[in-house]
Write a protein that binds this ligand. Structure first.
Ligand SMILES: [Zn+2]
Length: 210
């Protein structure tokens, strides 16, 4: 994995970050999130892409976990880097380092956990889905064991968490468990999860016809 100095040298300004994230989000070129067409015009002054077909304006971050962010993209990338490096990254530490308000840093980290959820999405069906009464005993035991391990990870890593945000910490446990760090791959996965479009159910139906 690159050193943090080299990583930041790769992203010296916001334009580099935008260009980089554009290529990750739309590797085969822009796709309108509303109608799925490719032609667009660039509104350079506001960093927006306007679909030539339906006139929907999209920014690089809209519809992703970074939706409507006012933070610098460099801060986002640095946070992704920090989390992927495996170092303990608390909201307090992050707010100190980036000179952000504590609440902002907390929100930023929660969004990164959402990106983890997106990066390793398929786990939901494996263990976290609500148990059914006719589930096999082995499956119930496995689920319980995994939940206990996740809980002890959360306690060890964060000491305490509110019940409210527990699911999102589970996704962090799952991601960290499956993606050994520090590694380029987990960073790539995390950034991909962070910049991918989150479909609402309706949009998903239009797109995939289910
Ligand atoms: Zn469109």
């Amino acid at each position: 994995m690159l050193s943090v100095r080299k990583f930041m040298a790769r992203f010296p300004d916001e334009k580099t970050c935008r260009d980089y994230l554009f290529n990750v989000r739309w590797p085969r070129g822009f796709i309108c999130t509303k109608c799925g067409k490719n032609k667009f015009s660039h509104i350079k002054t506001r960093y927006l892409f306007e679909c030539s077909n339906c006139k929907t304006q999209t920014s690089i971050t809209s519809g992703t976990v970074m939706h409507r962010t006012k933070l610098l993209l460099r801060y986002w990338l640095l946070t992704f880097y920090w989390v992927a490096s495996g170092e303990r990254c608390s909201a307090r530490k992050l707010s100190k380092t980036l000179k952000l308000q504590y609440r902002t840093a907390l929100r930023l980290l929660h969004s990164v956990r959402h990106a983890m959820l997106r990066a390793d999405q398929n786990y939901t069906s494996a263990f976290w889905m609500p148990a059914k009464p006719n589930d096999h005993l082995l499956l119930k035991k496995a689920r319980l064991g995994l939940l206990q391990r996740a809980e002890s990870f959360i306690r060890k890593y964060y000491r305490h968490t509110s019940k409210f945000s527990r699911t999102i910490y589970f996704s962090e446990y799952w991601f960290r468990n499956n993606n050994p760090h520090p590694s380029e791959t987990s960073l790539d996965k995390l950034i991909k999860g962070g910049i991918s479009t989150i479909y609402t159910r309706n949009e998903y139906r239009i797109q995939f016809g289910s």
